[in-house]
Design a protein around this ligand. Structure first.
Ligand code: GTP
Length: 564
């Protein structure tokens, strides 16, 4: 396939606007899969994805499409659509030249419509806007096209109208993909270089790496290396995703395909890495940007006897998700566990659900926290920690305030799109969470776009849930990094527990902060130094998972952080 007959594109949209349905329809229309042969969306493969109806891991498919007597190779890169997965969206974008921006013709422009539009726009990709679900009775494509003009400056005449469900307008969309998106610029005769944009662990065959070939060609048994490591691999298998793997003799410039080369973990194939022939190394195509973990939580087995098996499950799952970070952690109440770092709150939830569904592992997760920074006052600590500014991901390791000149915490720029009647309510929710309003723009006389600066720690606890319940699910929210800002942290504080009836306080008890290891001490006083016995007592004491969660939650609330 000469590059001029190739089109590499992805579909971006707000969650539930129909990406996976559209991907399926495109696969059917191009004859890649048989119509109706699948109950669920073909590209949403993971169990959690089916369960939650969201795309977690990007999946890719190569398809052949006939137009005007020519056969085109279209590479569809299905991207995850949720707020936490922008990192995956960004790397999928790097592998293509254009995007289809899908907007629900009933729901209109939403927070992630804006976020994904700007990612594509900033990356200089061709954008094909399309209104989906025009078959719905309440669809209002004209009004939504006008919102797109106001919010994104997209001309209504450029916007296609489709029903991914029924297939209406999808052939026009395919034609637009060929006509509007430029082909990849690559040279088959130059030395081979490819961009790694996804990888996962296949239980039977080891690590599968997806690569967009920028220049040159690759065949089986070639010796390859990656810019980020010195290791050399031999190519065992290459091919296309149709959408299942189909071996090929060679991969050429402009193509997107898989490589299997005997890697043991996805950590060896870093996303955004550049692959080349060992004999002709090339400079990196993209600067490597490691995944940035912004939400951390302790994960413990329900019972210490399950420690080994939980560890095994975590290892396996992490083979498939190189964006999770891990360190060992010890808790007096819960024993030996791990502190895991996630890209966001949903990423954490999805990971823990996969742990349970795919690996049968149950665990206790502590209240999530954000990475704080502590700037040291004295040489002593700077020497001890070998840094002036320490990033702390575990509340237990926050240094004493006396040695710190400044604490800081991550802030985000939050974008909320909402029916205008909820504006006041949303403003109140945000203000309670230390937000600073940046602007509010009416997209038409019913919908408003609001932007706030706010601390990430205020977002990760219950912000989504409250926003959803106060607006009956009509508001959408997305956020992006807005740097660190100084904050005040108090390591321990008393907690006031009040009982109220009809707004009247009828009882109040102040709980002093827990002394360190209070749970363990209590148990040890029964069990002496016998840790096994102490553990048994603890087991007897616990009334199931809920109580254990409470203990740990309480410990965290008392030992951790209060912000002003
Ligand atoms: P994520 O993968 O979570 O980002 O969602 P998605 O954007 O892939 O959405 P998905 O394809 O799962 O569609 C969401 C819901 O909308 C499903 O119930 C679809 O059946 C429905 N849907 C998608 N396209 C259409 C359409 O054209 N018309 C109608 N009526 N429903 C549609």
């Amino acid at each position: 396939f000469p590059p001029e007959l190739i089109r590499n594109f992805c579909i971006v949209a707000h969650v539930d606007h129909g990406k996976s349905t559209l991907a399926d329809r495109i696969l059917e229309i191009t004859g890649t899969i048989k119509p109706g042969s699948h109950d669920n969306q073909v590209l949403d493969r993971l169990e959690v994805e089916r369960e939650r109806g969201i795309t977690v891991k990007a999946q890719t498919a190569s398809l052949f499409y006939e137009l005007d007597g020519k056969t085109y190779l279209l590479n569809l890169i299905d991207t995850p659509g949720h707020v936490d997965f922008n990192y995956e969206v960004a790397r999928s974008l790097a592998a293509c030249q254009g995007v289809v921006l899908l907007v629900d013709a009933n729901q209109g422009v939403q927070a992630q419509t804006l976020a994904t539009f700007y990612s594509a726009f900033e990356a200089d990709k061709t954008i094909i806007p399309a209104l989906n679900k025009i078959d719905l009775k309440h669809a209002n494509p004209d009004a939504v096209a006008a919102q797109m003009k106001k919010a994104l400056d997209i001309e209504p005449s450029e916007v296609l109208r489709i029903s991914a469900k029924l297939g209406t307008g999808v052939p026009d969309l395919l034609r637009a993909i060929v006509h509007r998106i430029p082909p990849p610029v690559g040279n088959v005769n130059k030395p081979f270089r490819g961009l790694v944009f996804d990888s996962w662990f296949d239980k039977r065959r080891g690590v599968v790496t997806l690569v967009a070939v920028v220049d040159g060609q690759l065949k089986k048994e070639d010796k390859i290396s990656f810019v980020s490591s010195d290791k050399v691999y031999e190519v065992k298998d290459i091919g296309l995703m149709r959408p299942d793997k189909v071996s090929a003799e060679k991969l050429y410039a402009g193509q997107v395909g898989y490589i299997m080369c005997g890697m043991k973990t996805t950590k060896e194939a870093q996303i955004g890495d550049t692959v080349s022939h060992k004999s002709s190394p090339v400079p990196p195509i993209l600067p490597i940007r490691p995944a940035k973990q912004m939400v951390f939580a302790g994960v413990y087995p329900e019972d210490q006897s399950q420690n080994e098996s939980l560890r095994g499950s975590l290892d396996k799952l992490m083979l498939n998700d190189s964006s999770v970070s891990v360190t060992m952690e010890q808790s007096a109440a819960l024993g030996q566990g791990w502190r895991l770092g996630f890209l966001g709150l949903l990423h954490m939830e999805v990971f823990l659900q996969r742990l349970e569904y795919e690996h049968g592992a149950t665990c206790i997760a502590t209240i999530p926290s954000v990475p704080y920074r502590a700037k040291f006052k004295f040489e002593k600590q700077i020497k001890e920690f070998r840094t002036e500014v320490l990033t702390v991901v575990n509340p237990q390791s926050i240094p004493e305030a006396s040695v710190v000149s400044e604490f800081s915490e991550p802030w985000v720029m939050g974008t909320i799109l909402t029916p205008s009647e909820y504006m006041g309510e949303i403003l109140a929710i945000c203000m309670e969470r230390r937000a600073q309003q940046k602007n509010a723009t009416f997209l038409d006389n019913t919908r408003v776009l609001m932007q706030f600066h706010m601390p990430l720690s205020e977002v990760i606890v219950d912000f989504f849930d409250i926003l959803k319940s106060k607006t009956s699910g009509y508001a959408s929210f997305d956020y992006e990094d807005a740097g660190y800002r100084p904050c005040t942290l108090v390591k321990q504080f008393p907690v006031a527990i009040q009982a109220t009836v009809g707004g009247k306080i009828i009882a109040r008890e102040d709980l002093k902060q827990l002394r360190k290891d209070v749970v363990a001490q209590k148990i040890y006083s029964h069990g002496g130094r016998d840790k096994g016995r102490a553990q048994k007592l603890l087991n007897r004491q616990k009334e199931g998972k809920a109580r254990m969660r409470m203990v740990e939650t309480f410990r965290y609330h008392t030992t951790v952080l209060l912000k002003f």
